[in-house]
Design a protein around this ligand. Structure first.
Ligand SMILES: [Zn+2]
Length: 221
């Protein structure tokens, strides 16, 4: 009888181990999502492992008072109010320093992201599309906290004065360069000097000073 109990206990503990090992990644991701599950906070983590629901639309979307490129889609000119005010402050300061920034695309609904993704696949194929365009639900643009900016020449690469100004100053206004260079293995997205994400001044400063990604910040919070 005693022997049987030992065998039974062993089987139970082995299967518990096997099950928890099998689901370790799921648990990890769940923990991550849970930590930021208040989706109205500016610290929500959205990436390939932490998608937003297709029905999620942020509350208090407003149109920031900044110049947009002529081709900007009217539906994509909105941001959550805190980030909208912050981006206005950022654009104004840039202008005072002789840097002219333009908005391209801010909030994108799940459906709008879906269209962008499938259009991109049609143009450049799936592999290349996956490097730059998030799948629907996995884009930060759905949070209303992110905006893609550009310059007059619509050539926003690292070497331009606008991109340099943005990388050195965005944190002072609560924004981070969300997909930095050489961090693709962590963020899952190629370097995008034009995509800024609002996280609030305190967090932005920490991320900037420690040269870390938002994923690393959340992980070590
Ligand atoms: Zn973007």
């Amino acid at each position: 009888m005693k022997f049987k109990t030992i065998i039974l206990a062993s089987i139970l503990s082995i299967s518990t181990f096997v099950i928890s090992y099998k689901y370790r990644d799921l648990n990890h991701n769940f923990a991550n999502t849970k930590e930021v599950q208040d989706i109205e906070t500016s610290l929500i983590l959205v990436n390939k492992e932490n998608p937003l629901d297709s029905s999620y639309k942020p509350s208090n979307l407003v149109k920031p008072n900044i110049p947009f490129v002529d081709s900007a889609n009217d539906d994509e000119k909105f941001m959550k109010s805190d980030s909208a005010r912050a981006v206005e402050e950022l654009f104004n300061s840039a202008e005072q320093e002789g840097i002219k920034l333009l908005g391209m695309s801010a909030y994108r609904s799940y459906d709008s992201q879906k269209n962008i993704y499938y259009n991109r696949i049609r143009h450049v194929g799936k592999i290349e599309a996956d490097r730059y365009v998030a799948k629907p639900g996995k884009s930060e643009h759905q949070t209303g906290l992110a905006i893609d900016v550009t310059n007059k020449g619509r050539w926003f690469v690292k070497s331009t004065e606008e991109a340099q100004w943005l990388s050195e100053n965005a944190h002072n206004y609560g924004f981070i360069i969300r997909y930095p260079e050489n961090k693709e293995d962590i963020t899952g997205v190629a370097y995008e000097p034009w995509h800024i994400r609002y996280v609030g001044k305190e967090t932005a400063k920490k991320i900037y000073e420690n040269k870390i990604t938002f994923e690393e910040f959340i992980e070590n919070k």
